[in-house]
Write a protein that binds this ligand. Structure first.
Ligand SMILES: [Zn+2]
Length: 304
């Protein structure tokens, strides 16, 4: 592992609240220039060990994350929680397995970590993120697949800290899983949460996303760590913005899909002025609108 981490910078965790820390990835896509460090991960230190949330985008970064935990505490890492099986969030898991942490994820992700898409992504990362991801990089699933129905939470306590697993309702992937630390009011949210910017909708299920936002609001978290970008202390405004944006996309694109109006025309006729000044609007809005247009076409077809 030492040779593999040699060129990767030492990582430092930011302290959020008494028990909670996070590592903040760089802006933009994973690249050799940023060592694949483009996503966030976090951890919570209890009186009986550490709970880690996500493990960054390469085995070397996972090892650096473990060092960052070691710089804060010598408590053993008991558990690594995977938010979802996207490369930038779980390739560092090997370091945690070596440290005897138990890897947990939502059961609806059982197929995702070794899906065709996941295998193709690994091949791409072996090129883009060599030498940190190479032919020897082994990806494993969870040690424990937990079941948490949408609309519920699964509570557990470790040492002096109470936690809730909060399902993301399939907003970003079918297996979205969030972790709430009660004593700190900190929610580790993965890619379901965007702060102060236009979200990337991609092929997300926006109806599920709205449900996930309700789940986030119900925690009354004071601080949310998103999968990318800085931790947010403006939780209510973030939720309101994302919700308003998704509802607007669904309303405008839904009407167009129902009335069989061509996407280009519908996009041109829509009023975007509430959103156009926000970061990521130019990059994301049109593709978001198109994704929702396709989604609303499907919903319209499914109507009896
Ligand atoms: Zn993702």
């Amino acid at each position: 592992m030492e040779a593999a981490t040699a060129a990767v910078p030492v990582l430092h965790a930011e302290h959020l609240a008494p028990h909670s820390w996070y590592l903040r990835g760089e802006a933009g896509a994973a690249s050799r220039a940023n060592f694949g460090f483009n996503s966030n991960a976090g951890f919570v230190v209890t009186s009986d060990g550490v709970v880690a949330f996500d493990s960054l985008g390469t085995p070397a970064l996972g090892a650096r994350m473990l060092e960052a935990i070691r710089a804060v505490t010598d408590q053993p890492v008991r558990m690594l929680v995977i938010s979802h099986w996207h490369a930038d969030h779980f390739y560092g898991a090997a370091a945690f397995r070596t440290a005897h942490a138990r890897v947990l994820a939502l059961d609806s992700g059982r197929e995702a970590w070794h899906s065709e898409r996941s295998v193709a992504r690994l091949a791409q990362r072996q090129v883009d993120l060599a030498p940190w991801v190479d032919a020897h990089t082994q990806l494993l699933g969870a040690d424990e697949w937990i079941h948490v129905p949408v609309g519920t939470r699964l509570h557990f306590r470790l040492g002096d800290v109470d936690f809730d697993f909060v399902p993301g309702a399939g907003a970003h992937t079918p297996e979205d899983l969030m972790l709430y630390c009660e004593q700190d009011g900190v929610l580790f949210a993965g890619d379901v949460y965007f702060s102060g910017r236009i979200p990337y909708v991609g092929d997300a299920d926006t109806r599920a996303w709205l449900t996930a936002l309700d789940g986030i609001a119900a925690t009354h978290a004071r601080i949310v760590v998103p999968g990318h970008g800085p931790a947010s202390r403006k939780v209510e405004p973030d939720i309101a913005m994302t919700r308003d944006y998704l509802l607007y996309l669904r309303r405008v694109m839904g009407a167009a899909a129902r009335d069989l109006i061509d996407f280009d025309l519908a996009y041109r006729q829509a009023d975007w002025h509430d959103w156009s000044a926000l970061p990521a609007f130019a990059d994301a809005n049109r593709i978001n609108a198109y994704g929702v247009y396709l989604e609303m076409e499907q919903e319209a077809l499914a109507q009896p």
